[in-house]
Design a protein around this ligand. Structure first.
Ligand SMILES: Cc1cc2nc3c(=O)[nH]c(=O)nc-3n(C[C@H](O)[C@H](O)[C@H](O)COP(=O)(O)OP(=O)(O)OC[C@H]3O[C@@H](n4cnc5c(N)ncnc54)[C@H](O)[C@@H]3O)c2cc1C
Ligand code: SF4
Length: 377
């Protein structure tokens, strides 16, 4: 069991961890990163549909690391099922750079009211809503900075749900779009809705040694073979490593954090690639393993000071989890009804659609949001 002492130890290397690793290493701090997954490089990402859809290539096998889903049955009793038996994996991306290697890169900002849900919409019975201690105005500078560093392509158009921006444009020009985007614009307008172009964390032109997108047609769920996608690995970790202040240990699955008796984390235990147990000591720890795994690690790190798990004296760690829900709609374009020139444009492979409709970002639901509805009246 090797014991090494570092200044700062970051656990995880995805979207949450990497900006911290980037800023600390650029500012001269020594950072050690413990990442559960392997260190795949750009050359390792082939456009292989079987690899991408059988996601356990990038995530743990469910036989090895199943998750447990609990549901209430008709009698109101809780029933649990292992994802090994259902085959539904909730893992995202376990590798250096985390899920951002596989993301589609739709790069939304939160809106001012998202930071102030309680004061904007009021309390909801049975829910546990608080305002953030920071607001959008404080964050705007950082949104802008991240858009520059990650490399966001798009164009800003004014619309009713546009967040306040200090810059009129995104850093890079929009990506090429399929003719379908213009049909969506026309169709939604006719219906009285507003389809807005969504910026992407994908370079439309080369920048700082990264190539531009070559429209490979296989983007979301696939790693990028050109470094155009602004994954945390490409956009942040590669530069962090260049400082000489950052070291990444892949295949390091942290399973326990140890405190010094005053509540401060001083040590982490992890399984290495040979399944041997290793230890790292540091002055400061950052835990950023995605919401569920961060909660799991804290709950697994019980001690006399924290009998219910680290930082869990409130009993709230792992509670109030919010999933982003999804819905799917579909429509049919009749190829035989298209003009020849339109049909040809439709056939161009790889181009993006990049549209979202934000008409229902807020809904006037008096029962769920009494405060907002009262103000709206
Ligand atoms: C296919 C796909 C498409 C997506 N598209 C979009 C999109 O278009 N727009 C958007 O905004 N978001 C998108 N996302 C979501 C986005 O990628 C995630 O929300 C974001 O990466 C979460 O950041 P994170 O740091 O919390 O977790 P991650 O980026 O997943 O990083 C967590 C890291 O922690 C590591 N880890 C976990 N447990 C441990 C442990 N015990 N010890 C050490 N390391 C550990 C993991 O291996 C992982 O690398 C997409 C995700 C996927 C999978
Ligand atoms: S080349 Fe472009 S389309 Fe292909 S994965 Fe990279 S960013 Fe996505």
């Amino acid at each position: 069991m090797a014991l090494k002492k570092y200044k700062i130890c970051v656990i995880g290397s995805g979207a949450g961890a990497s900006p911290i690793i980037y800023e600390l290493s650029k500012n001269g701090y020594n950072v050690i990163v413990l990442e559960k997954g392997p260190w795949l490089k750009t050359k390792d990402f082939a456009k292989d549909e079987i690899v991408a859809t059988r996601r356990d290539v990038y995530t743990p096998r469910l036989e090895d690391e199943p998750q447990v889903i609990e549901k209430k049955n008709e009698k109101g009793n809780w029933e649990s099922k292992s994802t090994y038996s259902t085959g539904n994996s909730f893992w995202n991306g376990n590798m250096v750079g985390g899920s951002t290697n596989l993301m589609s890169g739709y790069f939304h900002r939160m809106k001012p009211q998202d930071f102030k849900l309680l004061s904007t919409y009021g309390q909801i019975k049975g829910a546990n809503i608080v305002d953030w201690p920071i607001d959008y105005e404080e964050m705007e500078y950082y949104y802008d900075k991240v858009e520059q560093i990650v490399g966001i392509s798009g164009h800003v158009i004014k619309h009713s749900t546009l967040e306040p921006r200090s810059k009129p444009t995104f850093p890079f020009p929009p990506l090429a779009e399929n003719i379908v985007s213009s049909w969506i614009d026309r169709g939604t307008k006719e219906l009285g809705y507003n389809a807005v172009p969504i910026p992407r964390a994908i370079l439309s032109v080369p920048n700082k040694g990264r190539s531009s997108c070559f429209y490979s047609n296989y983007c979301g769920s696939y790693g990028c073979a050109s470094d155009a996608k602004g994954s945390a690995r490409v956009a942040l970790l590669n530069d962090s490593l260049k400082t000489g202040n950052c070291k990444i240990i892949p295949n390091a699955k942290v399973f326990k954090l140890v405190t010094d008796g005053s509540g401060k984390i001083i040590k982490s235990f992890y399984h290495d690639n040979n399944d041997d147990i290793q230890t790292i000591e540091a002055d400061l720890f950052v835990v950023a393993c995605q919401a569920v795994e961060t909660s799991r690690l804290l709950l697994m790190s019980k001690s006399k000071e924290f009998p219910a798990g680290l930082g869990n004296n409130s009993g709230l760690v792992g509670k109030n989890l919010i999933f982003s829900a999804g819905g799917v709609g579909s429509g049919t374009f009749r190829f035989d009804k298209l003009e020849k020139s339109e049909a040809e444009k439709l056939k161009v492979p790889g181009l993006f659609v990049n549209r979202a409709i934000q008409n229902w970002y807020e809904i006037d639901d008096k029962q769920s949001f009494p405060k907002k509805s009262k103000e709206a009246l």
